[in-house]
Design a protein around this ligand. Structure first.
Ligand code: AMP
Length: 191
């Protein structure tokens, strides 16, 4: 399976680019944020719990998120591979993902980081807020909190994969098409 972690801070373009990778490589896009938002819409118990963290820009607890991720992966029969978007966000999640994939005779092939500087991220998130209707994009304090959480808890996950020689960075600034081309090149180089 071609399992890729698409990594980067909020607003780096992970969701947008994932869609394009799905089209090209026939992979399954798995965004924990999207699954949480679906649950919020459906007013499930999980949705209520997730919302209480998401609206504040905090991470949903690891145990809940890891269980959710596993059950999402197991929904698919014989997948070509996954693009994990927004997961793992902590070292504990990364370890749990490795352990889980090993159980199903699979592994992460590569983490690809989209590199975008902070000023650009804030501009993108403010713009996205106008269209997405996402509560967590609309409030500058929540945006700052998400960036801070990313720096403190999520950015170190890069080292987890770098230590396994499974990390690369792609320039995440430019037109959407240019960034997609860079990602295609990066992924083609893995095969
Ligand atoms: P995203 O759509 O990836 O920007 O995620 C939106 C929000 O969902 C985050 O700010 C977190 O509150 C929550 N979330 C998504 N993925 C995770 C994760 N892997 N671990 C913890 N919280 C998550």
């Amino acid at each position: 399976m071609l399992n890729i972690v698409l990594f980067g801070p909020p607003g780096a373009g992970k969701g947008t680019q994932s869609q394009r990778l799905v089209d090209k490589y026939g992979l399954i896009h798995l965004s924990t944020g999207d699954v949480f938002r679906k649950n919020i819409k459906g007013e499930t118990e999980l949705g209520v719990l997730a919302k209480s963290y998401m609206d504040k820009g905090q991470l949903v607890p690891d145990d809940v998120t890891i269980d959710l991720l596993k059950s999402e992966v197991l929904k698919y029969d014989n997948p070509k591979g996954f693009i994990f978007d927004g997961f793992p966000r902590t070292n504990a999640q990364a370890q749990a993902l490795d352990d889980f994939l090993a159980e199903i005779n699979s592994s992460i092939v590569q983490m690809i980081s989209l590199d975008v500087e902070e000023g650009e991220l804030k501009l993108r998130l403010a713009n996205r807020a106008k269209e997405s209707g996402r509560v967590d994009d609309a409030n500058p304090e929540v945006i700052q909190k998400r960036i801070n959480v990313y720096r403190a808890e999520t950015a170190p996950v890069k080292d987890f994969y770098a230590e396994q020689n499974k990390w690369m960075m792609v320039d995440g600034v430019g037109s959407i098409e240019d960034i997609t081309e860079r990602l295609f090149k990066a992924i083609d180089s893995l095969k």
